[in-house]
Ligand binder design. Sequence first.
Ligand SMILES: [Zn+2]
Length: 219
Amino acid sequence: MPTTLTTIERRRRLHHQWCQRNKARRCESSKSYRQRHPDRVRISNKLWREKNSEYLRKCKLEWRSKNKDAIRSHHKSYHYERYRKDPEYRRRLISQSKSWGTKNKDKRRIIYRNWSLRNSKYLALKSSKRRALQRDAVINEKGLSHFLLFIKQRQTVVCYYCKRRIPATLIHLDHILPIVKGGGHSMCNLCISCPSCNQHKSDRTLDVWPETGQRLLSI
Ligand SMILES: [Zn+2]
């Protein structure tokens, strides 16, 4: 038995040396074999993967830990492109994100705080744009201050959109016709809204915010 083993070892070494000397020829012959017998290659690969699953798992983990940034960037660009092009995917993602946010309010607050620290320049730009738009909009300062005084004197107020009664400390002032769509920053275009309605409506007009349109029609 030891003699046979030695012979096998010697043959293997000789074959390895021959392969090293004839790399191009070896590659060519391997390529032609793969082209002639794709099924055999597929089965053999599958068997090899099954036999070496643990080794493959280790390699994969090692590669992932070495290429964390590349993987993150690839995922980010893939999801961003899909989010931009696929409306169904976008809707699903927004709804998942909203339901996660309502279940994990503390985590959401921390994530938003970290995000706003990283994007402080973008937020400052957005805020200055909004201020500039407000300056350009028709302003009725006197009427507005009376309106705010009137609200502050009350314990609770009614949301203009959903008609729910909310504490005066929680209210948002919303532009019925958003400033970015040409609405004025004045009494006749401002209403009291609950935080939820204000966030959902965002900068949409009433005709494209069906939720409100339906409620207003039912009044
Ligand atoms: Zn509301």
